[in-house]
Write a protein that binds this ligand. Structure first.
Ligand SMILES: [Mn+2]
Length: 404
């Protein structure tokens, strides 16, 4: 919650529309859990975007976790976004432990929790986001091979947990980290150089019935047929436009008892997330850009969508782009949120960064300057957009001054 705080405020909660979208997705999951009478729920981390969430976010999240805990035990693994900048401070979800909320277990430690469900004992190993400082001492962090050492120790810890399991009860691994073979999105740029990427083979073990992972936003299954399922549920809603084409939801896992062996089956359940749409208009040869964009808008179903508009123009026709007319048309089309409007002006190729005459460099934002620079490199629009999205994440990350 709180990764995207745009959108008109909700009349009841006064929370931004996009925050409400994430809560609606959470509600869809809880409704399903109650309706299907599930035995346990595992939340694989990053409940909040920041470790000190706005109290209203916390209230809304907390009410939902309590409702869920009335259905069944709830295990919450601590993700990097939930973690404070210092190991002796509390995480965003520790309050459930402090207040001893029945049926809610916060996975702050590398540990095996034995949980009694309606259908018997379930072992859940929790593996919060591994922090370098926990696995290496200050001397080791400076070693040239510190990344390998870190990875080795995290893998060792995974196998330690395996050795803590009872053979006669099913076991689920619930972790928050990257797997080397996985597909990354914008979340990758947030942890470059500080995260331990775990090879998939370290998680493939007969000891686990199921390996539930969090951290990566894109839902994906990583193991081969016949192996234990290793699955990222993915984020419960779209975090940004890099996830425009991803469906969003959660995983329904069934574990069977076959004479002391506990195989699992799983399925992805969509929460029917808020739809996103990028309207990309190549208008470098148009007489009237606004007219062209309006025609495109009129042909699309944009009702209740989060929309961004990216238009390419030239210096000659750029003045036919009228942003507020386009924005009005989007509103009339029932768009839920205009997430951004960008006019890319194709200029003659330049070999160095040049600003218009009389323009002061200080009036440009860092992102705008990067955009201008990328244009001079003659990169494809798609590539520029990806780079700008990544740059934005890095800048936000620096602004957050997060330690890891
Ligand atoms: Mn994470």
């Amino acid at each position: 919650m709180g990764a995207d705080t745009r959108g008109a405020l909700d009349k009841e909660t006064h929370l931004p529309g996009r925050v409400m979208d994430f809560l609606d997705s959470l509600d869809a999951m809880i409704d399903y859990a109650v309706c299907e009478d599930v035995d346990a729920v595992i939340f694989t981390g990053d409940a909040f975007h920041h470790h000190s969430p706005n109290p209203t976010y916390f209230q809304e999240f907390g009410e939902r976790i309590i409702r869920l805990s009335e259905q069944c035990p709830v295990v919450i693994v601590v993700g990097n976004h939930d973690m404070p900048g210092s190991l002796d401070k509390a995480s965003a979800v520790d309050v459930f432990t402090t207040l001893k909320v029945p049926n809610v277990i916060v996975g702050w430690d590398y540990d095996v929790h034995k949980i009694d469900t309606k259908h018997g004992r379930l072992q859940i190993a929790t593996f919060p986001y591994p922090i370098k400082q926990q696995f290496l001492d200050t001397k080791e962090i400076k070693f040239p091979n510190s990344a390998e050492l870190f990875q080795e120790r995290v893998c060792y810890m995974i196998h330690e947990l395996e050795s803590m399991l009872s053979e006669d009860e099913p076991a689920v691994f619930a972790g928050h980290f990257s797997v080397s073979e996985a597909m990354f999105g914008s979340e990758q740029s947030m942890t470059i150089g500080t995260s331990a990427d775990i090879p998939i083979k370290e998680l493939i073990s007969d000891k686990w019935s199921y390996v539930a992972l969090g951290h990566l936003h894109h839902h994906q299954s990583l193991s081969a047929a016949g192996e234990v399922p290793v699955v990222y549920a993915g984020s419960l809603d779209r975090v940004d436009f890099s996830e425009e084409n991803d469906d969003k939801g959660f995983i329904d896992v069934s574990i069977y008892d076959e004479d002391g062996i506990y195989p699992a089956e799983w399925e992805f359940v969509s929460v029917d997330p808020r739809p996103f749409k990028t309207i990309r208009v190549e208008a470098t040869t148009s007489q009237n850009i606004t007219k062209k964009v309006l025609v495109i808008i009129s042909k699309r179903d944009l009702k209740d969508h989060v929309v961004r508009v990216i238009v390419s123009a030239t210096e000659d026709n750029a003045d036919t782009y009228v942003a507020n007319v386009i924005e009005e048309a989007l509103k009339s089309a029932g768009v839920y949120l205009v997430h951004g409007m960008r006019l890319d002006i194709k200029r003659e190729q330049r070999n160095r960064l040049e600003l218009e005459e009389g323009e002061d460099i200080a009036t440009y934002s860092h992102l705008e300057l990067l955009d201008i620079y990328f244009q001079t490199r003659d990169l494809e629009d798609d590539k520029i957009n990806k780079l700008l999205d990544l740059a934005k994440s890095v800048m936000e990350d620096v602004n957050d001054s997060k330690k890891f």
